[in-house]
Design a protein around this ligand. Structure first.
Ligand SMILES: Nc1ncnc2c1ncn2[C@@H]1O[C@H](COP(=O)(O)OP(=O)(O)OP(=O)(O)O)[C@@H](O)[C@H]1O
Length: 265
């Protein structure tokens, strides 16, 4: 089951910079929201606010379930942070690693409920066959799916994924995004997925949040990926071009073009 997230008027200043300026949007239960934007736009900062790590100077976040009962944020969120280093020699299988997502469980005292939860998390992420493999020996794409399984093992209502496809080849990126979309559909989990690849996001997300330094736009890909909308966000002429099903940006604003990856996938 997912939950509705209401981000209302959130403003964050760090140092003397305004990182998020009155950001308002909602995410429905079971919705896949893609978040894109250039480096330093405040995407991770937004996740820190959602996780309760960073208190906004203004505005608030509400989490509500289907009955519109307000929920405690930390217990409902699964989080996969930006790329982590993993020692290839770490003596831990994927199963062990996923089990660390359970509250205070150490072998051999798993209950059958714990084992079922781990198995289900590995199934949802298409990682069952990796269960007995050493985590440090997995490929980048396999490891990302195991990280995702760890975030899922407590059955969260919201998933925050910070660039889960960075450093993956196009095939592994596609697989990761497809797995996340399936989890969203199957479990009703609300997903916020940060990526620099708008074409990947466009294939899977229901809507996108496009953040630039101090500005944002939210809507469907068709609504947001418009030349006038992006030109407004960047304060510079940005042309959105479509080649077949691929979107491309042409602009004098360097960060507009570099914020979007182009793949042949
Ligand atoms: N503690 C801090 N004090 C001052 N500035 C900070 C602090 N933490 C982050 N920043 C700045 O806030 C801005 C937003 O950072 P954030 O990590 O949210 O961006 P991002 O959109 O996730 O970028 P990327 O795509 O590179 O991951 C950056 O300019 C960063 O340098």
């Amino acid at each position: 089951m997912g939950c509705e997230i209401l981000v209302q008027d959130v403003t964050v200043h760090l140092g003397n910079k305004c990182i998020l300026d009155r950001v308002t949007f909602t995410v429905k239960p079971g919705e896949f929201l893609g978040i894109i934007g250039p480096n330093g736009a405040g995407k991770t900062t937004l996740f820190q606010v959602l996780l309760g790590i960073l208190e906004p100077q203004h505005g608030r976040i509400l989490f509500e379930d289907d009955l519109h009962k307000q929920l405690a944020g930390s217990s409902v969120i699964g989080y996969v942070p930006q790329a982590r280093q993993m020692d290839p020699e770490v003596p831990m299988t994927s199963w062990d690693f996923v089990s660390l997502g359970l509250p205070h469980k150490i072998r051999p005292w798993f209950t059958s409920k714990d084992r079922t939860a781990i198995k289900e998390a590995l199934r949802l992420t298409d990682a069952e066959s990796l269960s007995d493999k050493m985590i440090g020996k997995l490929s980048g794409g396999e490891r990302q799916r195991v990280y995702l399984a760890q975030a899922l093992v407590r059955n969260p209502q919201i998933l925050l994924l910070d660039e889960p496809t960075s450093n993956l080849d196009p095939g592994a990126q596609e697989k990761m995004a497809a797995v996340v979309a399936r989890i969203c559909n199957e479990t009703g989990t609300s997903v916020l997925f940060i990526s620099h690849d708008v074409n990947l996001i466009a294939r899977y997300a229901h809507r996108i949040l496009y953040l630039t330094k101090g500005h944002y736009a939210v809507g469907t890909v068709e609504e947001v990926m418009q030349s006038d909308v992006l030109s407004n966000l960047y304060g510079n002429t940005v042309e959105v071009m479509k080649k077949g099903t691929k979107l491309m940006l042409v602009s004098d604003a360097d960060d507009a073009v570099s914020s979007i990856c182009h793949h042949n996938s």
